[in-house]
Design a protein around this ligand. Sequence first.
Ligand code: BES
Ligand code: ZN
Length: 966
Amino acid sequence: MWLAAAAPSLARRLLFLGPPPPPLLLLLLSRSSRRRRRLHSLGLAAMPEKRPFERLPADVCPINYSLCLKPDLLDFTFEGKLEASAQVRQATNQIVMNCADIDIITASYVPEGDEVPRPGIEPRLLSVKARSPNHWTARESPTDCVFRCFDNRKQFSDNFEIHATGFNYQNEDEKVTLSFPSTLQPGTGTLKIDFVGELNDKMKGFYRSKYTTPSGEVRYAAVTQFEATDARRAFPCWDEPAIKATFDISLVVPKDRVALSNMNVIDRKPYPDDENVVEVKFARTPVMSTYLVAFVVGEYDFVETRSKDGVCVRVYTPVGKAEQGKFALEVAAKTLPFYKDYFNVPYPLPKIDLIAIADFAAGAMENWGLVTYRETALLIDPKNSCSSSRQWVALVVGHELAHQWFGNLVTMEWWTHLWLNEGFASWIEYLCVDHCFPEYDIWTQFVSADYTRAQELDALDNSHPIEVSVGHPSEVDEIFDAISYSKGASVIRMLHDYIGDKDFKKGMNMYLTKFQQKNAATEDLWESLENASGKPIAAVMNTWTKQMGFPLIYVEAEQIEDDRLLRLSQRKFCASGPYVGEDCPQWMVPITISTSEDSSHAKMKILMDKPEMNVVLKDVRPDQWVKLNLGTVGFYRTQYSSAMLESLLPGIRDLSLPPVDRLGLQNDLFSLARAGIISTVEVLKVMEAFVNEPNYTVWSDLSCNLGILSTLLSHTDFYEEIQEFVKDVFSPIGERLGWDPKPGEGHLDALLRGLVLGKLGKAGHKATLEEARRRFKDHVEGKQILSADLRSPVYLTVLKHGDGTTLDIMLKLHKQADMQEEKNRIERVLGATLSPELIQKVLTFALSEEVRPQDTVSVIGGVAGGSKHGRKAAWKFIKDNWEELYNRYQGGFLISRLIKLSVEGFAVDKMAGEVKAFFESHPAPSAERTIQQCCENILLNAAWLKRDAESIHQYLLQRKASPPTA
Ligand code: BES
Ligand code: ZN
């Protein structure tokens, strides 16, 4: 019997769980405009109630954990022994630690100096007999626990070993209080705890992950995922980022299994009484936080190299797939020296392992020295992986390795500063990929992947400041969102640009050196950067991290003789229009200004530190355009006067504006339309000006926005007309690209072709549909296998315009697929199917054994984004299967993601009420903010539709009657 009650729900939110989603999923990211008053009247703007929470008392803290764990890979239990040397700072007769879903058997404390070595005496602990090579009997009774470990453990005089007389579990708080019969005096000592736990199937704590051997046998590995607050599910500990200690870890495992932990192996010896079992000991770790501890026991192959700076790097893959680790290995081996140079601090451990885990909730996790990944975030097959997977793997490796310094060596003091970890890693991963793969033009992709996403979320009334006070685990889980990641990364990018690379690097080195092995807060980074640059970093950055939202800069111009006068003003940008009210927040905004004379360099840089400012640009001829936000680096949106905008538009058509500026301009206009500041028809006209556009990322952002509009218009009876518009916009580029790569083409051409063909195919473009069907047939018949880059668009096209037979073929391909990447590729497009029965079939499939638990979300999300009927069916499915879904993720962050994907596409007021009501009676604590954001978005969509549907319809009809000439 477990002494701990069922765990309170925990949830985490992340940003990316795979390569950029196909157009289908992008359709879901919709929102529009609605006045805030309306939201308040529905009571949607109220923030979640704070749950009571207290940090651990500081009277006792750990110095070193000696931890030995013995997982049972057949019974899914584990036994553990902890000997923590600890310091009692203040006399006490109790120790409060974190502990969840763990059954403590015995606990005692031995003050230092009271240890009495008794050589020759049998260890007090009993060993447990093995039944089979990888199967141990569970303990018979709490007293004869546990197994033999620490056989060099010192013996303690019974007089001085103070046995805990009570374990008081506070389940809601995930804590245990150990009570002792006498006072523990200040000084050091050893806390010994024997415990047992379950290898759960919830992808958190110490859990089991299912895999199939090359011979088809189903087996389980034991793996960990501790961030943010789940180390306490594997062993009782002080599970807070600021309570650092060293770790001596040993694992008792079947001898034919691979056993890994943060450090290198220092000893491997037979386990007494069982020749099939070994005890593997790992070297002592540096001082570190509990959330970064990791262990893995399973069957894996690996590839290995040594990086230029002497670190042993291995990539562990499923058995038989070592080849698929080579790409990540190369990236990791290039990345380590890159960071070493950038930070001017060496990687402190002797080795780093990167391992692919079959069942894995997040994308990847930066455990120090043992980074865990979803298979799709690490494995690349030279023939069967597509370009976007390659890019995704490079970004994720770059991200997690950055944490080895930023996060692991210097750790946030509390989760309030989580953004510092995640925002920074989400920025520098691009710097690293740009270094390794300049041909990816990754910084432009940053703008459409992170910057614009962050602005979409941050324009909502239910956004939150980057720095947010959090306590209870469900509140911590909630902030792994686009604000911490993408807005965090975007404001760091803006700051880097404001400071300049040289001083930025210098400041980073000062920060990492000063706080290494310690903890830091946001202010500490600002101080180092301020010292390095001499600029007012804290004053500028506080306006970005301590208040939510961002400004809309309105600009108008006047020609005064040879000069151009600009009048700038700032106001908070809201998804429902500019902020109304007296108390408008203000930002200190670094603004760059360029002109057509030199479109790729800033003619002027200013720091806008007031609500209004005038700027004079010298020597600007009347025929020259003037643009704000060169490179789309500043975290603001721009609204130009009509005259200024008019002068910028030709720069889209003739490509004289740089790509990332074309992208930013289009994206700003689109969001101004959603907010009701300009008309959507104006934006459609601007989109038509992209006829000559060659850039993948510019197309990708435009495509995403057209997807949002399509989803919105699926609520009307002129959905087909917007599909015509999509076909018209994408046909010219589709024709230019064709189906097959041309000599000399590269990574971005492959991405662009996939994007455009997918878009055309989905919209029902006749020639694309026919060719997709032809190629699909050849693929299925084995005549001509589709190249990896063409699979998603072809699968999407044939499914959307196919029947039950097509779906069955896809499901067969799914079953046959050996690579998880291919399975995911198929799972994500299944929702494109249109008929109600087939949609139901896909939903049932989502919860079947065929789909890995973490991937169910994208199948259901795909259905919701696939069609009008799919949207309704997915929502009904979630309501009908709520208990199972919630239980599957234990309220984990995947629940937030599922909710977001499934309800955000609605555009009818009453649906906001329905969603709200459902979650009032089916609470999901860590998804509360997401639910509020979704409801806000539904109302915004509804308002957008009411406001603009008619004029859009008229425009599309009139266009059809007299098509524009290119
Ligand atoms: N630290 C996170 C992993 C994590 C996420 C733990 C959420 C707990 C909750 C890791 O560094 C991370 O950010 N992973 C990302 C991938 C990254 C490339 C954006 C992820 O899992 O999505
Ligand atoms: Zn991260």
